[in-house]
Design a protein around this ligand. Structure first.
Ligand code: FRU
Length: 482
């Protein structure tokens, strides 16, 4: 490291020290989610299982609660629920990454961990350059940068980033999020025999390709893998117009499912499906662990909420990652379930079997809290609507005749409320994770998911149920260890 970067690192650790108490004492601080020690966190990066431990890196601006220069922060875990902070993995200290070590991925090869990331470079007139770079580590903690391995190919703008590397049939492959000079978002594919020399194979999907129609001006954070025989391409397109209940956030994250031919460089796929219906979800990434599970983390935020004043900003931090979810391909759809390790956080369980909800408003003794898990398994439904009201302002509502599920929260900027919805033919189960300032809802064992930050009065513990008709359900509530 150069002298200036050594002092930058020192400045970062000083900032962490300076604001530690403010962050720790913030009533909105999350308890079982990964969040930055100070500053802004965005995308999860480099998820990987290495030498018996899970590694999660993240886009990190330690100096502000706004976007800006990005480092790779780093957490390590034995079990996906208890995380230890590790030293900064990548700092923007070279000519090819001086304005940010942007998003990327990790793989393990010959006992070493390799990181691939985008070096973001801007000149005096704010013109952008981008380089796909590699860094290597023996111990998974300190990384040696090897510099750029890919330069922007012809036909693409410098919005060319977020390399995700994987191994298949004796070759390494990389997908990159791209923008063509005509202004179409795309995902392009490279291959390599040795991780250092990469061949450009071409686009595998994009706006105005394979029957997708106009589909955004830039595709960020691609991820490509096979699950239960289906090829899945996850990415985050920018520039989609809202269509009814779909695409309501500023940018989206979702997937195409189909059949990929790596040699022919073709991907026959169906339509795009969003991964999450909530307000705060973007740039997810997956990895396979030793048990063969496909695990996903997302950024529990998005570009829009960066610009609205979240209350945590006064305590010098903003944003978090989602809880880890296990993916499954089932009935032509990606299902997402919270990983089962989260059950280890449960304490003081309360359960009710066969509760009949028939009044306008009902409370259940002991079913309340600020940091908890709640499961509602519906056994009989004779109602027009059913809602779970969490705190003063958050409501989950299922409407039978419209067949819609709605998530309501208080806006960050005033006392009015806002909504996200999805279509859902029947409601069988609501599984909900509440942390001090977030709610993640899994419906029907992961068929639909809503992830959102919520800023109710911090000590509001109340949960009530209201129904128009009669609903019978089994209800389980656990506090989650802080
Ligand atoms: C997605 C993204 C990526 C980029 C990173 C920069 O949120 O814009 O495309 O690499 O964030 O922090």
């Amino acid at each position: 490291m150069t002298q200036s970067n050594l002092s930058n690192t020192e400045a970062i650790y000083n900032r962490i020290d300076k604001y530690r108490d403010m962050v720790t004492d913030d009533p909105y601080r999350l308890h079982y989610h990964l969040m930055p020690p100070v500053g802004l966190l965005n995308d999860p990066n480099g998820l990987v299982f290495f030498k018996g431990k899970y590694h999660v890196f993240y886009q990190w601006n330690p100096f502000e609660t706004a976007h800006g220069i990005k480092y790779w922060g780093h957490y390590i875990s034995d079990d996906l629920i208890h995380w230890e902070p590790a030293p900064i993995a990548l700092a923007p200290d070279q000519w090819y990454d001086k304005d940010g070590c942007y998003s990327g991925s990790a793989i393990v090869h010959n006992g070493k961990m390799y990181l691939f990331y985008t070096g973001n470079v801007k000149d005096e007139s704010n013109n952008r350059e981008s380089y796909q770079c590699m860094a290597v580590s023996e111990n998974g903690i300190s990384f040696e940068k090897k510099g750029p391995v890919i330069h922007i190919p012809e036909g693409y703008t410098s919005h060319f980033r977020d390399p995700k590397v994987f191994y298949k049939d004796n070759l390494w492959y990389m997908v990159i999020g791209a923008q063509t000079i005509e202004g179409n978002g795309e995902v392009v594919l490279y291959s390599s025999p040795d991780l250092e020399n990469w061949d450009f194979l071409g686009p595998i999907a994009g706006s105005n390709k394979n029957g997708l129609g106009e589909f955004g001006y830039m595709w960020e954070c691609p991820d490509l893998f096979t699950l239960h025989g289906k090829d899945l391409l996850i990415f985050s397109p920018q520039g989609l117009e809202a269509e009814g209940y779909r695409y309501n956030n500023v940018f989206q994250s979702g997937y195409l499912a189909g059949d990929l031919d790596l040699h022919g460089v073709t991907f026959k796929h169906g339509t795009f499906d969003e991964l999450d219906r909530g307000f705060d979800f973007y740039a997810p990434q997956t990895t396979n662990d030793n048990d063969g599970r496909r695990i996903l983390f997302g950024w529990m935020g998005n570009a829009e909420t960066c610009d609205t004043p979240q209350p945590t900003v006064r305590n010098h931090w903003i944003h978090a990652l989602t809880i880890p979810r296990q993916l499954e391909w089932k009935d032509g759809k990606l299902y997402q379930r919270p990983v089962e390790e989260l059950e280890q956080l449960r304490e003081n369980g309360v359960n009710y079997t066969g509760v009949e909800f028939r009044e306008q408003e009902k409370k259940l003794e002991g079913v309340k809290g600020t940091v908890f898990e709640l499961q509602i398994a519906i056994t009989e439904w004779q109602a027009e609507s059913f809602s779970v009201n969490i705190g003063h302002n958050n409501r989950l509502i299922y409407n039978q005749s419209k067949k819609t599920f709605t998530f309501q929260r208080k806006r960050f900027t005033d006392d009015t409320v806002e909504y996200r919805h999805c279509q859902l033919d029947t409601l069988e189960k609501i599984h909900l994770f509440k942390d001090s300032s977030s709610i993640e809802v899994f419906l029907n064992n992961g068929q639909e998911v809503f992830s959102s930050r919520v800023f109710d009065e911090p000590d509001t513990k109340e949960i009530t149920f209201s129904v128009d008709g009669t609903v019978t359900a089994d209800v389980y509530r656990w506090n989650l260890k802080k």
